[in-house]
Design a binder for this molecule. Sequence first.
Ligand code: ZN
Length: 373
Amino acid sequence: MAPDRLSVASACGKLLSQAGGSGPDRSAMQVFFHEAQRQHDPQHFLVAGTLRPSPEQPARIDALLAAARNLGLEVQSPGDAGMAPIAAVHSTDYLSFLQTIHERWSALSGAGPEVVPNIHPEGRSLVYPAHPAGLAGYHQADTACPIGPHTWHSAYWSAQTAIAAADAVLRGAASAYALCRPPGHHATSDRAGGFCFLSNAAIAAERCLRAGRRPAVLDIDLHHGNGTQQVFYERQDVLTVSIHADPSRFYPFFWGHAGERGAGPGHGYNLNLPLALGTGDDGFLAALAEASERIRLFGADLLVLAVGLDAFEGDPFAGLAVTTGGFGRIATACASLGLPTVLVQEGGYLSPELTRNLESFLASWLRPAPSGR
Ligand code: ZN
């Protein structure tokens, strides 16, 4: 980390505190969502060998929108920034796959309604497959990211939602919330996985980096943000930090362990803080304090906050035990970093409290910081 970054960051903090708070004015927030994000409606989800309805349902959108509206926040449709900001993170082959595979798959004899892989390569450095089944294995990490006729359209607009929120913050907004759905943090640069197709938080961070900022990504979803991690793993220009359920007993299993620190020039610029299953508010907040310290040390001047609400004690995934009030405390702790922030929605599944959990988070986020915090 360059010393000049630290001095710039502390100078900014001083100016902001002189302006009367511990960070930018958070009393208002732009919210972005596009109606096309409703169209993706995945059906295929395997649990212990049993086919179940996917928890990543379009109805999540209404529960999340209700929270924004209950707080009086206006919801805007994002503009279309085109493919360039998406292609800055994802490979050409992968983007072509996402756009064309459903049609190619549907032409197979006896094809099912969704693209679901039935084979995965042991390694991926050999021949790029030509057959749709081979392509599905190459570009889909698991069976929890089925591709239907509208998946690309919804994923594209989910990414545009993140881009619009990033642009709002780059224009000077203290924060902006992107209601991204489908979510993004399990998607790598060339592979879908875990309900995710385009790596929305990574796209937002790359957008901010290319605008001259020094972004950190903080992922507070229940699950490790392995896609975001992969995008920046060998780089030191974007810090990635994730707090999540211990992957030795939880999805995504193969990533998210504390020993994954980054590689090559990126060594030391990825921080994983796995938590024991069942960890509640206090344990989560303790990890968040460690995450915040690393982000301050990095000298970030902008935060991309991957907001998952599935760490909730009543979430169907039942991995951690954060309470509704706990999300408010987590928001306050994140906001105390005092950084302009792009909030990107990740997980958080249907339960009677989903709306209240986002409302608790956003209400605390928007509350002016008490003096001295
Ligand atoms: Zn999750």
